[in-house]
Design a protein around this ligand. Structure first.
Ligand code: DGT
Ligand code: MG
Length: 439
């Protein structure tokens, strides 16, 4: 804690991925004001402003003292003139008129509400407001609009209440364990990790981001359709989209040379909505990090040998396996699609019924163990931490960082990692704990 506030200027490292950014800021009012400005810019399609305010908010979040004097933040990296004015107003007047105006603007609130609907982005939200639609109920009542809804929006609107009630960490862990139990029937020994905001220390979030791997490379191939098939048979799937056939070694080799969009990866994944029993309890209280330590140790010893063996045998049977998997994946996709053929009316009826379950957003990402720790960093986030890591990697090291690995595109090589520490080592960065990645 700085006692001599006002005299000493803080020093902030250039890239957010070099700073420790805890969940709880010492300056929550300022952070929230800058993030409001950023969000408002986003709603107005002003990407440059959105980023500028977001970066300034990121810097303020990393400060380990309460700002008492504007001189403490003058000249700080990424805190521009406009942000400084806002900070000054908050320190000196207690609030910023510009921010207050946004907060009191009904348009901003409508945008926020519509944006929070599953399947809805800012442009759709704007269109609705322009058509005098202001609430979620309006969306249901205005039948003239219904033909413009896609299936995701229909789900998002029908299950708005469920999906916009935060998932607690305990419930998310229970969902993870539920999936693990189903996996035991298909392929024992899988390792699941609850990533996303929970791993960064958040007590609740909008979804459960679950990474799934197996200590023996190659065992994960074709796993996702089998898992979804089983979850669907257990009545746990309300809706979702499954991407498969990407994370075989051939695709990865081909893709690593391509410039990938910042948050797109090529893992087998399912992004969807599960039906979770309201009273589901996490029976097994074991947390993520134990599994991770196990995986780190594993991948350093026997797994590396197993992996080699796995690779050799895989080459021989690879084409065969892939064909079988693709057929199965296609059938499963068909089955899941027919599950989600419910009409908007049927969805509305289902959601308003007294039900024992709650609709929950779940992402399941299947990762080959050799890429696991890069995927873990990517799916732990947060988004701005990832962005910073990738920029730093590109600009300072000349390397391409993705959720699949760290690539030297000129040489066609990549740097393996058997732990998150090793990812940071490879990046020549000081290790940042997941709970300090809340930029
Ligand atoms: P939440 O769920 O509201 O508590 O917030 P987060 O931080 O869990 O955010 P979420 O669930 O949107 O995403 C989790 C992390 O995973 C986030 O840091 C960004 C990353 N992520 C999201 N979607 C993708 C994707 O399609 N590919 C990759 N590689 N990463 C993604
Ligand atoms: Mg999440």
């Amino acid at each position: 804690e700085s006692q001599d506030s006002g005299k000493k200027e803080a020093i902030v490292k250039e890239y957010a991925c070099m700073r420790k950014t805890p969940l709880k800021s010492k300056n929550p009012d300022i952070v929230s004001a800058l993030e409001t400005l950023s969000e408002n810019a986003f709603f107005h399609d002003d990407e440059a402003r959105r980023l500028a305010f977001q970066k300034a908010a990121g810097v303020i979040k990393s400060l380990n003292f309460k700002i008492k004097n504007i001189n403490q933040v003058k000249g700080l990296h990424d805190v521009g003139k406009h942000s400084l004015e806002v900070i000054k107003d908050i320190i000196e007047e207690g609030s910023s008129i510009e921010v207050e105006n946004i907060i009191n603007d009904p348009w901003f609130h409508q945008m926020k509400a519509f944006q929070s609907i599953y399947g809805v982005g800012p442009s759709k939200a704007k269109k609705w407001i322009a058509q005098n639609v202001f609430t979620i109920d309006d969306l249901i009542e205005r039948t003239d609009l219904h033909s413009s809804f896609d299936h995701r929006m229909e789900l998002g609107i029908s299950f708005y209440k469920d999906l916009n009630t935060q998932v607690t960490k305990q419930h998310a862990l229970a969902i993870k364990n539920l999936i693990q139990q189903h996996l035991e029937e298909i392929l024992p020994g899988c390792i699941l990790v609850l990533a996303g905001g929970f791993r960064r220390g958040k007590a609740s979030g909008h979804d459960a981001d679950i990474l799934l791997t197996h200590p023996i490379e190659g065992k994960e191939i074709g796993l996702l359709p089998k898992l979804l098939n089983l979850l669907s048979d257990s009545g746990l799937v309300l809706h979702g989209t499954m991407e498969t056939g990407h994370n075989n070694p051939q695709t990865i080799m081909k893709d690593k040379g391509k410039p990938l969009a910042s948050n797109v990866d090529h893992f087998d994944k399912w992004i969807g909505i599960m039906k979770i029993d309201k009273n589901l309890k996490d029976l097994d209280s074991s947390d993520n990090e134990n599994d991770l330590i196990q995986l780190e140790q594993n991948s350093l010893t026997e797994t590396s040998i197993e992996t080699k063996k796995g690779r050799l045998s895989k080459k021989r049977s690879f084409v065969q396996t892939l064909d079988n998997n693709e057929d199965f994946a296609r059938d499963t996709k068909k089955k899941l699609a027919s599950n989600s053929k419910m009409s908007f009316e049927q969805l509305l009826a289902l959601s308003s019924k007294d039900k024992q379950w709650v609709a929950r957003r779940v992402d399941i990402i299947v990762v080959p163990v050799s890429q696991f720790f890069y995927a873990l960093v990517g799916w732990t986030g947060n988004k701005w931490f990832n962005r910073s890591l990738r920029l730093y990697s590109q600009r300072v090291l000349g390397l391409k960082l993705t959720s699949h690995g760290l690539f030297d595109l000129n040489r066609g090589t990549s740097l393996p990692a058997n732990s998150e520490h090793q990812v940071f080592d490879n990046l020549k960065l000081e290790y940042i704990e997941p709970t300090d990645r809340n930029c």
